[in-house]
Design a protein around this ligand. Structure first.
Ligand code: PLP
Length: 419
């Protein structure tokens, strides 16, 4: 009568009972441990992680340097004071390293060596990074309006949702910020709508949740030019595209433009929650005066997360992960394109580096593909704003053998598909 529940079944029941759910169909892997590119479940199975916890574990799960840094920091101090008051060595060292990496990218992309005096404001998440960037733009320019792009995703807090361009996710939470105009992503002609009333334009250089949409090559340079013409700040949201994901440190480097404000998150923390935004010192200054303390955070830049992030950035640098992502991404894309030629259900394979989208003909084919891959031990996923794109975003340390195994699983899933 009374069914004996195995450990993982009981956990699944409690997960559904006690944790607020975000959908009716959670993927439901019961995690036991994770290492490198693999996640191990409590029932003894292992899964190749081909989405990196959505573009987070760029250096793989539980990198030993990260684990060591977290341990060492935990032995010294955890929360000591809200951000901005005390001098916490690990926070300072992380800021120095991050600014150096971002400034190098700005120099490469702009061709200008000496103009940079960037500062970093740490946050707990990507959405808070965008909130901060939007507030910074309003205060710096004294203007109110924002321009964003259709099908963008910038996060789920009220400000970030206000610049997120998908009606179905906005509608239940109206009224959002009033002064936001959405333009078609990739359309140069529509950029003339950006005028002197605009405080900032916020843009993902490659749209992630829209289904891995790479804009035409003239789009971002034209956007940069238009922002300069009207004095609007350009906020580039690299929460998903940053830290080597697209085959460069930052995606803006593909088009040789630089933003006024760069927002980051996800992979920065090496598996711990850390985001933030970077801007020139003269811009960032407006947060420290008139009135002082007008943008503060208790936990942003937590020492444990900074220690983890510092170790993660060192790994990315030492192992040259952006370049590795470019090389591995090309190989993977070629293999996926071969698959697409064989199976007409696959409409397109696109993306840069290891940020790849595989577009299917129908929603049903897409869902079945994701489900069947998971069944065979390969974790892929969808993207938020479309039901026809499979997201491929493995850790940047993925090996050729792991890629080959993943592609063989995908081929088998396609061969045996009944849809
Ligand atoms: N911006 C982009 C481009 C994202 O992809 C995401 C998350 O997927 C966010 C912002 C929000 O980040 P978070 O979930 O850390 O708040």
């Amino acid at each position: 009568m009374c069914e004996v529940l195995r450990g993982e079944d009981l956990l699944r029941q409690k997960f559904l009972r006690y944790l607020a759910q975000t959908s009716n169909e959670p993927m439901g892997v019961v995690v036991e441990r994770a290492e490198g590119c693999w996640i191990y479940s409590k029932d003894g199975r292992r899964y190749l992680d081909f989405i990196s916890g959505i573009a987070v574990t760029n250096i793989g799960h539980r990198h030993p340097d990260v684990v060591k840094a977290i341990h060492e920091q935990a032995e010294r101090y955890l929360h000591a004071m809200v951000y901005g008051e005390f001098i916490q060595d690990v926070q300072v060292l992380l800021a120095e390293k991050l600014v150096a990496i971002v400034q190098d990218a700005y120099k490469r992309a702009s061709g200008r060596e000496s103009d940079w005096e960037l500062q970093y404001y740490p946050t707990n998440s990507g959405t808070e990074a965008n909130e901060g960037a939007l507030k910074l733009a309003r205060k710096f320019t004294g203007r109110k309006k924002f321009v964003a792009f259709k099908n963008s995703f910038h996060g789920d807090t009220m400000g970030s949702l206000s610049v997120t361009g998908r009606e179905v996710y906005r509608q239940p939470f109206q009224p959002l910020l009033a002064d936001v105009e959405f333009l078609p992503f990739g359309d140069v002609n529509s950029l003339e709508r950006i005028d002197e009333k605009v405080a900032a334009v916020i843009c993902e250089p490659i749209q992630g949740e829209a289904g891995i949409i790479v804009p035409p090559d003239d789009f971002l340079p034209a956007l940069r030019k238009r922002c300069d013409e009207v004095g609007a700040l350009l906020i580039l949201d690299e929460v998903q595209t940053g830290f080597g994901r697209t085959g460069k440190w930052f995606a803006f480097e593909h088009w040789n433009i630089v933003p006024d404000v760069l927002t980051v998150g996800k992979a920065l923390g090496g598996g711990m929650p850390l985001g933030g935004f970077l801007a020139q010192r003269e811009v960032m200054k407006v947060f420290s005066e008139n009135p002082p303390l007008c943008h503060v955070t208790t936990f942003g830049g937590h020492p444990l997360n900074c220690a983890s992030a510092l170790a993660a950035l060192e790994v990315m640098e030492r192992e040259n992960l952006p370049q590795r992502s470019a090389i591995t991404g090309e190989k993977l894309k070629t293999k996926l394109q071969q698959l697409a030629r064989k199976f007409p259900q696959i409409v397109e394979v696109r993306g840069k580096g290891l940020m790849i989208g595989v577009e299917f003909e129908t929603k049903e084919e897409t869902q079945a593909f994701v489900r069947n891959c998971l069944e065979m031990g390969l974790i892929v996923g969808g993207t938020l704003h479309t039901e026809k794109v499979v997201r491929i975003a493995p850790p940047l340390i993925i090996s050729d053998e792991e890629i080959d195994w993943a592609v063989s699983v995908m081929a088998e899933v396609m061969e045996t598909s009944t849809i």
